[in-house]
Design a protein around this ligand. Structure first.
Ligand SMILES: *Cc1c(COP(=O)(O)O)cnc(C)c1O
Length: 570
């Protein structure tokens, strides 16, 4: 029944968060991959997944008193989590034969259906030291290191599936451009099969009929690009790259365009991101499937217990979360208070802060990088203090790593620490180090308001606000990514500013910082805090609508159903 021969969909991703204790992911992309597999397992999809082992993880973040970030390797004991498969494969890289070991982890669905995830590993004694390091560090090293990793993932990944006996895969899903080199291996396979060269249109057509590509990056500079001579020195001569068009312009290989070229189906990850991608790639071929999150992974234990009692079918059928509209107000309120107490205790332990478990709590937690504007909420500390004094008390929780080479992101963390000190005595602010899977689970369940203010249209989707919504936590967010689809003013949350791109994708991308900050403060002062403090019934109504309106739609079950219908079905 569970034979490898029936597995028809292979999901490829540079990072996959399968387990809180395995640092094989860095953030949103890996968590999304994990949620995709968790829903696929619940839905009994015939899927298998491929990624890299990342023995040293991404990194552990330590912060000093001024908010200076220090990075430490995230070593982990793989033997506790994954098991070694018998076959090894060989990939020719830089003229050397590099051996790739394969480790297996099993994602289990709600009723036991299993999805095998294969973690590729070049750290075997037979390889040279430099080759052993290829699969050590997620997003570490230079451009050549990245290319080597992507070659192991794409080329090694297809070879690994064959060695494991998967000969009947119908769909290869590339989760972001990192996996695009799998197309080269499929072209090589098809050419051998048809005894022709890779530029035979029959070869291209058959590869295209098997490939699915999801792009997650709304800015051209975010796509992986490698000089063709580097590609040749790593992968040897590849006939399909002997062409000076689409994916190989100006002596550069663009992995996103390569993936697009060889995919019969491509999509962005929210409706708006679909529009942005169609404009960026000058094509109408890019569909949109809005991201989702896995309800039983993200709904905290307090609310989960309440749902088990009042909406017993929600675990198997997240559509039932619509019934949250009927939850008894006092039970929902109590469950959330318990989640907040659990969060506050943990934040205080982690940071030495003295947050209160009785005070309205805002949270901003995500990768720290320029366009996300983590410090927008702190633009005008005097106004913030005045709101706390005149309208009512609140406290703020922050979290988020900056990529080791993102100087601007690191500066932001320091600026938030300086604001923390400037607010001391009036508004408590805690910056929790090492934001990760476990931290996010505590935060989305325990805070009262989820704040997100990227510069539109640079947020492809965003998913943490969906996790918050399922926990009855409304968002205060700029109109971008998923929030354009999840936002109902005053019922599921509040908008910061308007939608600059409502009429045309040609609108300018500008950092409307002063106007956005002022809109954020206005909503906090005149709508959000007064509702919370003076109208508890009204607030609980917002909590219910967050769950009932957004829980069913923004579940990864809905997302995977759409992939199954539009992308995998042939
Ligand atoms: C969900 C999640 C993200 C992605 O959320 P965004 O809204 O895109 O920031 C990032 N990191 C972790 C650890 C998460 O759990």
């Amino acid at each position: 029944m569970d034979s490898v021969f029936q597995r028809q969909i292979a999901y490829f991703s540079m990072e996959i968060a399968v387990d809180q204790r395995m640092p094989t992911y860095s953030g949103g992309l890996g968590i999304l991959a994990g949620d995709s597999l968790r829903s696929a397992a619940d839905m009994r999809l015939p899927m298998v997944a491929v990624t890299l082992l990342h023995r040293k993880g991404y990194f552990l973040q330590r912060l000093d008193g001024q908010g200076q970030q220090h990075e430490e390797p995230a070593d982990w004991n793989l033997h506790e989590h994954v098991t070694l498969e018998a076959p090894r494969v060989i990939v020719q890289l830089q003229g050397r034969y590099v051996q790739v070991a394969i480790w297996k982890y099993v994602v289990r669905g709600y009723d036991g259906w299993s999805i095998p995830v294969y973690f590729l590993d070049t750290d075997v004694p037979e390889n040279e030291p430099l080759d052993r390091a290829i699969t050590h560090l997620l997003y570490g090293g230079d451009s050549r290191y990245r290319l080597l990793q992507e070659a192991v993932l794409g080329v090694g990944g297809v070879k690994a599936l064959r060695a494991l006996g998967y000969t009947d895969i119908q769909s290869y899903h590339m989760n972001e451009g990192h996996a695009a080199l799998l197309t080269l291996e499929l072209v090589a396979e098809q050419s051998t099969l048809r005894r022709t060269r890779g530029d035979d249109p029959g070869v291209e057509d058959s590869v295209r009929s098997m490939c699915v590509f999801t792009t997650h990056t709304p800015v051209a500079a975010g796509h992986d690009v490698f000089p063709l001579d580097m590609v040749q020195s790593v992968l040897g001569h590849q006939p399909v790259l002997d062409r000076d068009d689409r994916y190989c312009a100006n002596g550069l290989l663009n992995l996103t365009t390569l993936a697009m070229h060889f995919s019969g189906y491509a999509n962005g990850v929210s409706r708006r991101h679909g529009e942005v991608s169609r404009k960026m790639f000058h094509t109408d071929r890019v569909d949109a499937i809005t991201n989702g999150v896995h309800p039983t992974t993200w709904i905290g234990p307090e609310l989960a217990a309440l749902f088990d009692k009042r909406i017993p079918e929600w675990r198997g059928e997240p559509g039932q979360l619509r019934l949250a509209i009927n939850l008894p107000a006092d039970e929902l309120w109590q469950a959330h208070q318990h989640a907040r107490t659990r969060l506050v205790r943990w934040v205080n332990e982690q940071t030495g802060a003295a947050l209160s478990d009785k005070v309205f709590t805002l949270c901003f937690a995500r990768r720290n990088t320029g366009y996300k504007r983590a410090d927008l909420l702190l633009s005008d500390l005097d106004r913030l203090k005045r709101i706390a004094r005149e309208v009512g008390p609140f406290q703020i929780v922050y979290g988020g790593k900056a990529h080791p080479r993102d100087g601007q992101g690191k500066e932001l963390i320091k600026r938030i620490h300086a604001a923390r000190d400037a607010l001391a005595g009036e508004i408590s602010l805690a910056y929790v180090p090492n934001y990760d899977f476990a931290a996010c689970r505590l935060m989305v369940a325990g805070v009262d308001l989820w704040v997100n203010n990227p510069m539109p249209p640079l947020e492809a989707s965003g998913t943490s606000g969906m996790k918050a919504a399922m926990n009855g936590v409304p968002s205060l967010s700029t109109l971008d990514g998923w929030w354009l689809e999840g936002w109902t003013e005053g019922l599921t949350g509040w908008a910061i500013g308007g939608d600059r791109f409502a009429d045309s994708m040609d609108a300018e991308v500008i950092d409307d910082r002063a106007a956005d900050a002022s809109s954020l403060y206005d909503k906090l002062e005149h709508a959000i805090l007064p509702l919370y403090l003076k109208n508890q019934t009204g607030w609980i109504n917002v909590m219910k609508h967050s769950i009932a309106l957004n829980g069913p739609y923004f579940s990864s079950h809905r997302m995977m159903r759409q992939y199954a219908d539009r992308a995998y079905a042939k």
